[in-house]
Design a binder for this molecule. Structure first.
Ligand code: T3D
Length: 263
């Protein structure tokens, strides 16, 4: 266990659980570092044949910790703050994507921003009935990261992907299922048992074949994720330097409605 993230291995299933429920499992530096290390650890362990990503409390993960982000902007240079995309978010996305075993996102609650992007990188997204997605980035004047530009159009098509990105609106579990963002929706009280059974099934499957399927599906999808991540990182660097972003993140934390000027 590392602060912010719990790692557990049981019967061939490795589980990474976001564990900052008071912050809706927002990603601070410690959690991002632990996630990257946890993915490397589970990836290197042949006894782990299925990886589950989930959260504690009412959220799956709400993306970047915006309090830490604003504190960084206040004290450091924007370049330092934005280093988190190449230093953390991109390696995390590549590590998750590169695992040679099935990956399940057990979306127990709201998944927003990079939290949604992480879930989109999984092979299977099981949603609790009370869970939801929000692309959230536009709400604070940012573009997108952690592979959302690569995964989301593949899941829902480019038009719906942009609609979800532009609005950042809440997509509830039923709509997520209809859109193909959820592979299945399970009542909240049956969620944990359902995920455990699914993960156990995947962990006892043909792991090598699953790995080859995973790789083949990714390769067949065209533009490699690494190339898309570079484009995303540039977009985040530019939008992160904008006045709109700075004002909107302050407004979010002050519970005010942001006014976007386009600058
Ligand atoms: O350098 C970089 O940082 C670049 C990397 C960026 C990657 C990203 O992920 S950017 C996107 C970051 N995430 C968001 O913008 C999501 C912001 N949150 C929301 O839109 C909403 O909170 C939710 C839709 C997720 C949930 O809404 P709701 O109504 O259920 O809850 P709430 O009342 O808005 O939030 C509850 C608390 O969580 C609240 O704090 P309080 O008032 O109880 O003290 C809120 O401030 C806090 N919270 C929510 N999201 C975050 C957060 N605190 C820090 N960071 C957050 N991301």
């Amino acid at each position: 266990t590392t602060s912010g993230l719990r790692l557990g291995v049981s019967d061939g299933v490795g589980t990474l659980t976001f564990d900052r429920p008071a912050a809706l499992n927002a990603l601070d530096l410690e959690t991002k570092t632990a996630l990257l290390a946890g993915l490397a650890e589970l990836g290197a362990e042949p006894g782990v044949r299925c990886v589950v990503l989930t959260g504690t409390g009412r959220a799956f993960c709400v993306g970047q910790d915006l309090r830490e982000h604003v504190a960084g902007l206040a004290t450091g240079s924007p370049e330092d703050v934005w280093r988190t995309v190449p230093e953390h978010y991109n390696p995390i996305a590549l590590a998750l994507h590169g695992l040679d075993k099935p990956v399940v996102a057990a979306v127990n609650g709201v998944a927003a921003g990079a939290g949604a992007s992480l879930a989109f990188l999984a092979d299977v997204r099981v949603l609790a009935a009370s869970a939801s997605f929000s692309l959230a980035f536009a709400g604070i004047g940012l573009s997108c990261d952690t592979g959302a530009s690569w995964t989301l159009p593949r899941l829902v098509g480019p038009t719906r992907a942009l609609e979800l990105m532009y609005t950042g609106r809440r997509v509830d579990a039923e709509e997520a299922l209809a859109l193909g963002l959820a592979t299945e929706v399970v009542p909240d009280d049956a969620f944990a048992a359902h995920v455990a059974a699914l993960a156990a099934r995947l962990a006892s499957g043909p792991t090598l074949a699953f790995a080859a399927m995973r790789r083949a599906v990714a390769e067949a999808a065209g533009r490699p994720l690494a190339a898309a991540l570079e484009v995303e990182a540039e977009g985040m660097r530019r939008t992160g330097a904008s006045q709109d972003h700075r004002a909107a993140v302050d407004a979010f934390l002050a519970k005010q409605t942001p006014t976007f000027t386009g600058s």
